[in-house]
Design a protein around this ligand. Structure first.
Ligand SMILES: Nc1ncnc2c1ncn2[C@@H]1O[C@H](COP(=O)(O)OP(=O)(O)OP(=O)(O)O)[C@@H](O)[C@H]1O
Ligand SMILES: [Mg+2]
Length: 333
């Protein structure tokens, strides 16, 4: 793996909800390598957004309890003050959300919104910032950037708006871009174009990208490494090929099995994982996936399995205490 750019240690994000304290992120250790694309996958509610937002303090508030460390450029962003974080956000670490229409200001021309992001972090004239904004809109693949810059968000298509969001994200050439489901709202062709754009950023600018997605097809296409989340924890992590082609954790196997294969026989079973994910405030004392796991044994209920390298190469980690032979045997049945 390339050298570490950002290190997450023991990160917990809990929210006060009517029923108690909800552990959205329940203790995560993760290292982001410089220039890599890390895909964060997992079902809805597994804590992907809570994790990524907490990296730049976007979910701080009276009901949020965030602890652990996020080490970046010699600083701990969990401990950082609001002013320091504002400086990091957008300049060093940018976040692009799924819903561009909600994230953009409907009353401001998109060129102004890009230019404003530039001027927030850099001393430059309005004119220069506007010129750079047009240039950025071109770089993210908008065909007529001069015209698009003068448009309001509602005058642009969904794909164009998503590119505008990415242009805003890139305005200050951040070292990390967090893209939270950036293509979910888009049709398949546009999705592919946006993904290609992310890949290009990585190769041409060396941008480190955290790509949050439900879509394993997207992962296969662009990710270097994958972290699989379940109920606020990472249950498996490794290179794209390790996770997609030799998954170790039963949850990863189930996720992969839930994807219809284009080259496979027609599906005769429901392409979804049985049972529902854990979302409540109380968590079992053992493995959170055990209630849905077809391989679970009594031992799975006694302690939360740690994320460790159990088999295979270094760097391929999983949090399942069943021995590999048992899992493989069952899969083969
Ligand atoms: N501000 C908040 N207040 C209370 N609960 C929250 C808050 N933000 C997230 N949660 C809860 O934390 C858990 C994790 O949510 P999160 O949004 O991180 O999931 P996700 O993996 O991003 O899901 P999706 O794929 O649907 O976007 C969920 O149970 C969610 O309801
Ligand atoms: Mg989310």
């Amino acid at each position: 793996m390339s050298d570490a750019l950002l290190e997450i240690k023991g990160l917990r994000v809990e929210f006060d909800v009517p029923a108690g304290r909800l552990p959205a992120v329940a203790g995560i250790d993760l290292t982001l390598g410089r220039g890599e694309i890390l895909a964060l996958v997992g079902e809805s509610g597994s804590g992907k957004s809570a994790l990524s937002m907490s990296l730049v303090g976007l979910n701080r508030g009276p009901r949020a309890h965030i602890s652990g460390e996020v080490l970046f450029g010699g600083r701990d962003l969990v401990a950082a003050g609001e002013k320091e974080l504002r400086d990091v956000r957008g300049k060093d670490i940018a976040v692009v959300f799924q819903d561009a229409l909600a994230a953009l200001n409907p009353t401001q021309k998109v060129g102004d919104q890009v230019a404003e992001m530039i001027r927030t972090h850099r001393k430059t004239t309005k004119k220069a910032a506007w010129a750079r904004a047009e240039e950025l809109l071109g770089e993210v693949g908008i065909a007529n950037p001069r015209q698009a810059a003068r448009a309001y968000p509602h005058q642009l298509s969904g794909g164009m708006r998503q590119r505008v969001m990415i242009a805003i994200g890139l305005a200050n050439d951040p070292s990390v871009l967090i893209a939270d489901e950036p293509t979910t709202a888009l049709d398949v062709t546009i999705q592919a174009q946006v993904l290609r754009l992310l890949k290009k950023l990585q190769t041409e600018h060396g941008t480190t990208i955290v790509l949050i997605t439900h879509d394993l097809g997207v992962v296969a296409e662009v990710a270097d490494r994958v972290a699989v989340m379940y109920a606020g924890r990472i249950v498996e992590q490794g290179t794209r090929d390790e996770v997609l082609f030799s998954p170790q954790h039963p949850y990863t196997m189930a996720l992969l099995n839930s994807v219809p294969r284009v080259d496979g026989p027609a599906l005769d079973r429901l392409p979804a994982i049985a049972g529902s994910p854990l979302t409540g405030v109380t968590r079992p004392s053992g493995c959170a996936f055990a209630p849905r796991c077809s391989f679970a044994e009594d031992a799975c209920d006694s302690a939360v399995p740690q994320l460790l390298q159990r088999y295979g190469q270094s760097g391929h980690l999983d949090a399942c205490l069943l021995d590999e032979a048992a899992r493989r045997r069952e899969v083969a049945l």
